[in-house]
Design a protein around this ligand. Structure first.
Ligand SMILES: [Zn+2]
Ligand SMILES: [Zn+2]
Length: 411
């Protein structure tokens, strides 16, 4: 019988010995700082430097990191202490994580418990424990098809803005499944290298639509709602036009009451749906009458929120950020950080493509897990389930999640 942590180290060791072809060395490898979590995520090593991909690979075989990171930044001396490194520039990085997207599935698969009194609940942890008011929680998050699909949608919106509004080329944008609950978008381009945190913050604010005001875009003018632009155009106004068309196409009475629209406004939309859509199509403006200024403001604000791309603002603005190394295993899942093309993203299935272990079965005692999929098969839910025979990748996933009590040799 193996401890789950020994099982994880053994699998990671075998994987990197057998196949490190997915491991990608970043461009300008010599100028990057590397960091690793080793010994089952208990020790962090930073300020490492490698000259070649082969050196990096040798380190992997020696240290078998549970997680591997490199700096988005380029330094004159990556091994020096933080203040002495000599920052030369940095790639532009975006992190899209299910943590930052409110999906209803979180209430199904995520659990939190107060560290002080043990009070527990589902979904996102509250700011303060409702029983003892302490603010420290043990959090257990899982991923499902729904969170991964939501993260993919946010990635599509981000890439659309990066290409249309910022003018980046497809060839400059790299997309990756993060290995856990989301996607990373890397932009390597000489023009982004010198940007400081303030400018990166401006870019983030733009994509998340922070401070969006319809008045600045002149959407409501007099007695008209001006909806200019087509979905192929750059900028927030065409995006609002597209989003408003989407809203009018699908809006139900329930949407209306959720957005606190007046009853007459909702009735007007539902009863005149086709005319409203035809008018936008033909003239790119609508009469405000029937829905009313206040309701249109609420709709436009909601549309802006839906059209924004929910990225982790901290990651993009940090010019010294360490990001996960493409092609390395994620210590919390046993899945790879895996590249997708922009054209292929629609059909990209991270739970299939990022699976590193394709052979063998293992018998495990499972503490608890919601239903999950690895490859084409789904497993669970499990609750104190003993002697469950699972494919290696699925058993490893649970072991990395801390959901396994014991691993037994498959006899
Ligand atoms: Zn408490
Ligand atoms: Zn989910």
């Amino acid at each position: 019988m193996d401890l789950p942590s020994d099982f994880v180290s053994k699998q990671f060791t075998e994987y990197y010995k057998r196949d490190s072809s997915h491991l990608q060395a970043p461009s300008n490898i010599e100028s990057r700082e590397f960091g690793f979590l080793i010994s089952n995520r208990t020790i962090m090593i930073r300020h490492k430097k490698f000259k070649t991909r082969n050196d990096l690979r040798s380190f992997f075989l020696e240290a078998i990191p549970s997680d591997a990171y490199y700096s988005s930044a380029y330094y004159e001396n990556p091994e020096a202490e933080m203040g002495e490194k000599g920052w030369v520039g940095a790639d532009l990085i975006f992190d899209i994580d299910a943590d930052h997207i409110l999906t209803p599935c979180g209430k199904v698969h995520d659990i939190w418990a107060c560290c002080s009194c043990g009070f527990a609940g589902r979904g996102r942890s509250p700011q303060k424990c409702p029983v003892c008011s302490e603010a420290k929680f043990d959090v257990e998050t899982w991923m499902c098809e729904e969170c991964l699909e939501s993260a993919k949608k946010e990635t599509f919106k981000l890439v659309d803005m990066l290409m249309k509004d910022f003018g980046f080329q497809k060839s400059e944008i790299k997309l990756f499944f993060s290995g856990n609950r989301g996607y990373h978008v890397h932009i390597e381009n000489e023009q982004v290298h010198p940007l400081d945190s303030t400018i990166r913050k401006e870019i983030v604010d733009y994509v998340i639509g922070l401070g969006f005001q319809e008045s600045l875009h002149r959407i409501i003018e007099g007695d008209k709602l001006i909806l200019e632009g087509n979905s192929g155009d750059a900028g927030w106004k065409p995006r609002i036009t597209k989003g408003t068309i989407d809203f009018l196409t699908k809006a139900t009475k329930a949407d209306g009451s959720m957005m606190e629209l007046g009853k007459n406004a909702v009735d007007h939309i539902v009863n005149n749906r086709k005319t409203l859509l035809d008018n936008i199509e033909s003239y790119r403006w609508l009469k405000i009458k029937g829905v009313g200024v206040k309701n249109w403001r609420k709709i436009i604000q909601k549309v802006a929120e839906i059209q924004s791309a929910k990225v982790d603002t901290v990651v993009t603005t940090d010019v010294h950020r360490l990001i996960r190394l493409p092609g390395s295993l994620h210590g919390k899942t046993g899945l790879l950080k895996f590249e997708s093309t922009i054209n292929g993203l629609d059909h990209f299935d991270p739970l299939n493509e990022a699976v590193a272990f394709r052979k063998g079965d293992v018998s495990v005692d499972i503490i608890r897990s919601p239903k999950f999929r690895i490859g084409n098969e789904s497993y669970g839910p499990f609750n104190n389930s003993r002697n469950i025979l699972l494919p290696t990748a699925a058993a490893l996933f649970l072991a990395c999640k801390g959901a396994v009590q014991a691993v037994k040799p498959n006899v």
